[in-house]
Design a protein. Structure first.
Length: 470
């Protein structure tokens, strides 16, 4: 018997954890964090307590209360006994937090299967962030952590990486990962061959990106598998076809930056390698240096390892690293205690805001909103800022968005929005599902599952914690 269980992130955008059972074989498809549900209870100064293990996460429904899946140490912290796991693996579709992050809580004996590049990105995330209980994907420290144990090495999780063409065998299941196009490299859709027939899981994908052919290959293979069921994302099921594309972002941005006679600032998600390539190309075309942060350098160096991505090294002649002001504010070596900065202080291509100010038109600075206090040093008066990210879609983002505009007004900086979504439009998605033609459709990762009923297909509006037999 084959069963599907849906936990978290089902009627919202992201955070899904899908349990697939084929007789005695149980696997999870993604185990993500739901931003929406988290924001219902927590904010900057009201956080889930790591001192309470998984207690706060279970109580607020951020993770499901299922036996045999969680870490021994986290169970013991809430007074439960450790359990042996019966989950054979987590198949991770891509490195976005709403798909990956709550792997952090899973039992150490559950192996994780993900794309090679997906693992690189998880490594880059780890390199430049502080350890937190919600981001212990690659490895974790047994809790509680007593003072004398601070220096103890973490417990590494078992990872198995794949590329398209490789088949994964987990007991009776055979899983075919096929690379798809999404706003992060190393994203995959899956054909899962069960004892009842093929089940398709789309992960997150799109048809309008720079690598649409990859999504097309996935669709073709999915159709050929004659699936009995398809679990599909539906982030933008309520949108019609648009004219958005990476090429459009490139052309718009290039024009804006070319016309700008002052400092150019851009912001985009560094996990989006296509967007990086767009701005890198723009910088090259306009003979400007692309100034990135030390955090970005961690990602770039990982991308550079994947020759298929064709991205430069962080020490490329077109790239500079912006040195942040720390401690004494005088840029001396001892100011830097974070290892990801410290180990790169000997790079030849490091620049300070003071040097940029001397000749601002020579540069394009990649500056995230959380580093906007650096605008005080960068003095971007009458310059241009390209916001190459999605527009705010919740209350918290609106507040940050207003604050961002206050900063830009302070320096009379022109605001330009130019972005192309990582998710498939509604009309493309209807077409995709009709082409694949599964016997049953399970929409997830969507606020509008009812819109899938438009399809003349057997569609299940799944409920949180619901178990469905195939
Ligand atoms: Zn995603």
């Amino acid at each position: 018997m084959v069963k599907l269980g849906f936990f978290g992130g089902i009627k919202e955008i992201g955070g899904n954890k899908i349990l697939l059972e084929d007789n005695d074989t149980k696997i999870f498809l993604d185990f993500g964090m739901s931003f929406n549900r988290r924001a219902m209870f927590f904010e900057e100064y009201l956080m889930p307590r790591s001192a309470n293990g998984i207690g706060d996460f279970l109580s607020t429904g951020l993770i499901p209360d299922i036996p045999n899946i969680y870490r021994d140490d986290l169970l013991e912290q809430i007074g439960r006994k450790p359990e042996e796991t019966d989950i054979c693996g987590v198949i991770l579709s891509h490195a976005h937090a709403d798909h990956a992050n709550y792997i952090s809580f899973l039992h150490k004996d559950i192996p994780v299967y993900c794309g090679e590049t997906c693992k690189y990105i998880l490594e880059a995330v780890e390199e430049q962030s502080q350890r937190s209980i919600e981001c212990e994907i690659l490895n974790f420290k047994k809790r509680p952590i007593y003072k004398e144990e601070y220096k103890n090495p973490p417990i590494e999780r078992k990872f198995n990486t794949f590329r398209t063409g490789k088949k994964i065998k987990i007991d009776s299941l055979e899983i075919e990962p096929i690379a798809t196009d999404h706003s992060v490299p190393g994203s995959y859709g899956f054909i899962i061959h069960t004892s009842k027939g093929a089940v398709i899981y789309t992960g997150d994908l799109r048809m309008h990106g720079a690598n649409a052919h990859m999504t097309k290959n996935f669709i073709t293979a999915a159709k050929e598998a004659k699936p009995i069921a398809m679990i599909t994302e539906g982030t933008r099921i309520d949108t019609d076809k648009t004219d958005e594309s990476e090429q459009k972002v490139y052309l718009e941005s290039k024009k804006v930056i070319k016309d700008n006679k002052k400092l150019s600032i851009v912001d985009f998600n560094f996990k989006d390698v296509d967007r990086f390539s767009t701005f890198y190309r723009t910088a090259k075309d306009l003979d400007k240096k692309l100034v990135i942060s030390f955090k970005h350098a961690c990602f770039l160096e990982k991308y550079h390892r994947d020759k298929k991505l064709k991205t430069p090294d962080s020490r490329d002649s077109q790239i500079l690293l912006l040195k942040p002001k720390r401690l004494t504010g005088t840029y001396i070596d001892e100011d830097y205690t974070d290892w990801y900065i410290k180990k790169r202080l000997n790079y030849p291509n490091i620049i300070t805001a003071e040097e940029i100010v001397k000749n601002p038109t020579k540069y394009m600075v990649v500056l995230n909103f959380y580093y906007f206090n650096m605008l005080v040093d960068l003095k971007p008066n009458y310059g241009t800022y390209i916001h190459s990210l999605s527009e705010p879609f919740n209350e918290e983002m609106e507040i940050s968005y207003d604050r961002m505009h206050n900063w830009l007004k302070l320096f009379n900086v022109k605001f330009v929005q130019s972005h192309c979504s990582g998710h498939i439009s509604g009309s493309d998605l209807y077409e995709l599902i009709e082409t694949v033609n599964p016997q049953e459709v399970y929409p997830i990762h969507t606020e509008h599952p009812e819109m899938f009923e438009k399809l003349n297909m057997n569609t299940h509006i799944v409920s949180e914690g619901g178990i469905y037999k195939l």
